[in-house]
Design a protein around this ligand. Structure first.
Ligand SMILES: Nc1ncnc2c1ncn2[C@@H]1O[C@H](COP(=O)(O)OP(=O)(O)OP(=O)(O)O)[C@@H](O)[C@H]1O
Ligand SMILES: [Mg+2]
Length: 218
């Protein structure tokens, strides 16, 4: 896959396959193409050339409505600052993807409460994002990314706004919930301490894969 904004290449031939359930950290210097890669995987940016297959479907061929549907059903997102809806409480925020998917209220409630419990934020589920700690809010963002059991979760510096203790709590929550649900995770980060949580590390240099290392088990 290649992508250029105007004349300068941001991705210069990236060939990457992420097996179901795998967690991959994408690292690299500022400007190396990490966010561009994530956006191409999400169908938000259409690569200049190449294809992107998510769950057997080439998303480069989708129109905008189809791409939105694919994102809503097959993907989950976590961003640096959570991006929760300020007017909704944590439970309502986590439940959003299920509401969008038309899951019935009672089934959605059961699934949402299960996720809140696993993330250890059930006790603050009725509070709004502004009324909880940064770590709790970010765990709710993790819940929202996984509640609909997407095949792939895309995370861009998901713990960039947290201290190291909360960083590790949120990452463990993200990766264990993803593993329970069977979701693959592609996580962009500057920090080696974050990358270490993932089973595989892919390093980008100038829009190309310069390193690809799988952690050996144990
Ligand atoms: N919308 C855009 N228009 C033009 N150029 C862009 C745009 N977005 C990114 N670029 C350029 O593409 C290259 C890759 O950018 P990208 O945002 O993917 O980097 P990154 O690795 O995510 O960096 P950072 O760690 O700072 O977030 C950079 O040279 C950047 O300047
Ligand atoms: Mg970026």
């Amino acid at each position: 896959m290649r992508h250029s904004y105007g004349s300068s290449p941001a991705l210069a031939g990236v060939d990457l396959a992420v097996p179901a359930g795998q967690s991959v950290a994408v690292t690299g210097r500022s400007g190396s193409g990490k966010t561009t890669l994530l956006y191409c995987l999400a169908g938000i940016v259409r690569p200049t050339s190449g294809s992107v297959h998510v769950g057997g479907e080439n998303i480069v061929g989708l129109d905008d409505a189809e791409a939105s549907r694919m994102r809503a059903t097959k993907l989950g997102f976590v961003f640096q600052f959570g991006e929760l809806v300020a007017e909704l409480d944590l439970r309502e925020n986590v439940a959003l993807p299920l509401r969008l998917a038309g899951v019935r209220r009672r089934a959605a409630r059961a699934r949402t409460d299960d996720v809140l419990r696993r993330l250890d934020i059930a006790d603050v589920a009725e509070r709004r994002p502004g009324e909880v700690s940064g770590g709790q809010a970010q765990r709710a963002a993790v819940g929202r990314a996984l509640v609909h059991r997407p095949g792939l979760v895309l995370a861009d510096e998901p713990t960039g706004s947290l201290d190291s203790a909360n960083r590790d709590i949120v990452l463990r929550a993200l990766l264990s919930l993803a593993s329970d649900v069977g979701s693959a995770v592609v996580l962009v980060t500057h920090e080696a301490a974050v990358a270490r949580h993932c089973a595989r590390r892919v390093e980008l240099v100038d829009g190309q894969v310069a390193g690809d290392v799988e952690r050996t088990a144990g």
